[in-house]
Design a protein around this ligand. Structure first.
Ligand code: A3P
Length: 296
């Protein structure tokens, strides 16, 4: 991968009111017309909700717990990130997806209303992972500090407002989790929660196994649990994003595998910020049956 500084200017441009990188927006027709297949598996999340973790779990399941096979490539090359667009000759998500033999496992952060319609038409299976707003915000804040491909978050105080207004890449967290929550009643979607995965990873992996119609031995299940634990993934260069040059992701500012704990928001929000956030949250989430745990 050879990215130069000039590629890293994180220009943004909206698609239907949703903030995207300019490269994604400029390539939107191709992304919207992406051809999904019935045997595709899509891992869909709001940014920082536990995407990489879920990708590792799914890859381990698909490879029957073979750690070596799961280290064949970086997470981002094993599972094409369909909308992610880079300047040629770098591989964009669409290029990787179109080159990949089936059955494919793909990744997206798109809100449900912007998902290429072929996924719905082909009835591809989708795993959606949601994470509580406050921990997502904290994680996204630190990620935006260390990742030069996304806009600078500004100060913590500024970022809280930016996040609440949904003026971040892939738009409003509130609309994202609600949009996919509604979509799950009409489509083949397994809707999971980061907090549940943390509380009882075995139980949640079993849900994924059932959804994928796959059976494995207790021994392999335990192997998957171990290999996808936070501490082990943090040490895994094929999963922790450390193979990217520091000009793209600077882990000395904040590591990609940062804390991996529900409730870390308490170390960031002041009492006043928290009250303000909760008040706004109630308004934005009113009328939805979707609920979150902010600690376990
Ligand atoms: P924190 O910044 O709160 O630590 P994504 O993959 O969607 O970008 O999400 C990244 C977040 O998931 C980070 O959260 C990261 O530490 C956490 N994460 C990654 N692997 C994990 C694991 N195995 N267990 C728990 N959390 C994990």
């Amino acid at each position: 991968l050879h990215l130069e500084e000039k590629h890293l200017v994180p220009e943004t441009k909206e698609i239907n009111g949703i903030l995207m990188t300019k490269m994604i927006s400029d390539n939107w027709d191709k992304i919207w017309n992406f051809q999904a297949k019935p045997d595709d598996l899509l891992i869909a999340t709001y940014a920082k909700a536990g995407t990489t973790w879920t990708q590792e779990i799914v890859d381990m399941i698909q490879n029957d717990g073979d750690v070596q096979k799961c280290q064949r490539a970086n997470t981002f090359d094993r599972h094409p990130f369909i909308e992610w667009t880079l300047p040629p000759p770098l591989n964009s998500g669409l290029d990787l997806a179109n080159k990949m033999p089936s059955p494919r496992t793909l990744k997206t952060h798109l809100p449900a209303q912007l998902l290429p319609p072929s996924f719905w038409e082909e009835h591809s299976k989708i795993i959606y992972v949601a994470r509580n707003a406050k921990d997502c915000l904290v994680s996204y804040y630190h990620f935006s500090r260390m990742n030069k491909m996304v806009p600078d978050p500004g100060t913590w105080e500024e970022y809280i407002e930016t996040f609440k207004e949904g003026k971040v890449l892939w738009g409003s967290w509130y609309d994202h989790v609600k949009g996919w929550w509604d979509a799950k009643d009409k489509h083949r979607i397994l809707y999971l929660f980061y907090e549940d995965m943390k509380e009882d990873p075995k139980r949640e992996i079993q849900k994924i196994l059932k959804f994928l119609e796959k059976e494995i031995s207790e021994e392999i299940l335990n192997k998957i649990l171990y290999h996808t634990s936070f501490d082990i993934m943090k040490q895994n260069p094929m999963a922790n994003y450390t193979t990217l040059p520091t000009s793209i992701m600077d882990h000395s500012i904040s590591p990609f595998m940062r804390k991996g704990m529900p409730g870390d928001w308490k170390n960031h929000f002041t009492v006043a910020q928290n009250e303000e956030f909760d008040k706004d949250y109630k308004k934005k989430m009113s009328g939805s049956t979707l609920t979150f745990r902010t600690e376990i």
